[in-house]
Design a protein. Structure first.
Length: 478
């Protein structure tokens, strides 16, 4: 779904206690890159297959949403528990189990004869990703000493940028030349390589003082997000006043309220609520939610606009996103250096506002079938805005958290980004519903234009939050 890694991935690596003399560092680096890329490429490539899957397996707009959201739901809800399990039971062990679950689920997705089995398999993929993603980052952090870690993070980030460019293009090409099923099945050899490299190069590591896993918190937040996501997905067809929709929303809100109570009492909470006493931390997460919701929702809808409205082939739609991927890969490191000069607040104000401008251009030029006049300008400005904002988000989050909670703060912000995308894709059903029935293409085009305007407003609101709440130099406490 997203073509930019969530913020604070680097923070997860940097806050993991390192070990000196790590053997076979190159193997560890290759294995962690492959592990992180499995989930990342899958999310971006699958998005391009949705219009084709919808035509082949049938289903309504809600079905297309659930293909994405079944995965995003379990990844976003369980990624913090997955990180805690890796710290407690062993990062290498949890990584291997996560990759096995992910690859088995990928095989089921590739062979699925129906939408129901595909959606269920996507949920299982999300469970696997929630284990392998935090474990792969923690393995990288634990396998290098302080001096070698900076270089390893740089290589890992560069490889991630390359993978972000490859994912959409590969997904579109496979869909056109082989089948949408190949987008899932290609995960199998990559998963085997990732496991092989990690088993050969990484030593088992655990957090020295890992507490019990907050299973009650994980269950309540998953139930809450699932109920709200279901209600938002069903609302376009049933209406917000339908009893099942209202019941789902009430159940979701109640489960999330229970989650807050559980976190206050838990011995080792998934989310230490004391972090939100910092205005900068709370503001950074609010900014993250809005910006990644705008980004995720827009890029969920863009393939439908390109393929169903303007007649692009899936490969062409994937290639159309290259400027976004390349721009992010180039600008994110530069933004980190610029932040040291001008401060976090300015970067987190200007970046979202530039992204808002990109969404406006996509809305204004929505009727243009030509790539260079209709899509390229908006995506380029969006890439600049996201590139300016992502790296400083990590600085803001880690700068606002006490040293003892930096790892938890990174995980919370990472999960917030994923949940923002989850909510946006759930709401995108209102746009897809406009593309059903007679006049489908024109209805979808109108809905896409409206969605880009909403995304622009969300990104602009994120910039306002950055200006008001972010401190340029966050106080660091022990």
């Amino acid at each position: 779904m997203t073509y930019v890694a969530p913020p604070c991935d680097r923070g997860v690596v940097a806050t993991t206690e390192g070990r000196t003399g790590a053997a076979k560092g190159p193997l560890v680096l290759i294995g962690t890159v492959l592990g992180s890329s499995l989930a990342f490429i899958d999310g971006s490539a699958v998005n391009l297959t949705l219009p084709v899957i919808q035509r082949e397996l049938g289903g309504d707009a809600a079905s297309a949403q659930w293909i994405m959201n079944a995965y995003l739901l379990f990844l976003g809800a369980l990624v913090l528990a997955g990180g805690a399990a890796a710290d407690r039971y062993g990062r290498r062990s949890v990584f291997v189990v996560g990759v096995i679950i992910f690859s088995c689920a990928s095989a089921l997705c590739g062979l699925a004869p129906s939408l129901h089995l595909l959606i269920a398999s996507r949920a299982l993929q999300g469970v696997g990703a929630a284990m392998l993603v935090p474990a792969s980052l923690a393995i990288l952090g634990a396998s290098f000493d302080k001096e070698g870690r900076a270089k390893a993070i740089g290589i890992w980030a560069g490889a991630g940028g390359l993978m972000s460019a490859i994912g959409p293009v590969l997904g579109g090409w496979l869909t056109d030349t082989v089948s949408w099923r190949a987008v899932f099945l290609i995960n199998l050899p990559l998963a085997a390589l990732a496991i092989g490299f990690i088993l050969a190069g990484a030593r088992e590591s655990k957090a020295p003082q890992a507490g019990p896993i907050d299973w009650a918190g994980a269950l309540s937040v998953t139930l809450g997000l699932a109920a709200i996501t279901w209600s938002l997905t069903e609302a376009p067809a049933r209406g917000f006043t339908a009893e099942p929709v209202i019941a789902g929303l009430l159940l979701g809100v109640g489960a999330l309220a229970a989650f807050v109570v559980i976190e206050r009492r838990a011995e080792s909470p998934m989310v230490p609520l004391s972090l939100f006493s910092s205005a900068t931390f709370a503001g950074a997460n609010g900014l993250t939610f809005l910006l990644y919701a705008a980004f995720g929702g827009a890029l969920f809808l863009l393939p439908f606009q390109l393929i169903d409205v303007h007649g692009y082939a899936a490969a062409s739609a994937g290639a159309a996103l290259l400027p976004l991927s390349i721009g992010l890969a180039v600008l994110s490191p530069l933004a980190g250096a610029m932040t040291a000069r001008v401060g976090v607040r300015l970067m987190l104000t200007v970046g979202p506002l530039l992204a808002a401008g990109g969404f406006v251009l996509l809305a204004v030029r929505a009727g243009e079938a030509s790539y260079w006049s209709g899509v390229f300008p908006g995506l380029t400005l969006l890439a600049v805005g996201m590139g300016v904002a992502v790296a400083p988000l990590t600085d803001a989050v880690l700068g606002a958290a006490p040293a003892a909670y930096e790892g938890a703060a990174s995980g919370v912000n990472n999960a917030t980004a994923r949940i923002g995308g989850l909510a946006a894709v759930a709401l995108a059903g209102f746009v897809l519903a406009m593309g059903a029935g007679d006049g489908a293409a024109s209805g979808l085009a109108q809905g896409y234009e409206a969605a880009m305007k909403v995304a622009a407003m969300a990104a602009a609101a994120a910039g306002l939050i950055g200006a008001v709440t972010i401190r340029s130099t966050a106080a660091k406490s022990d």
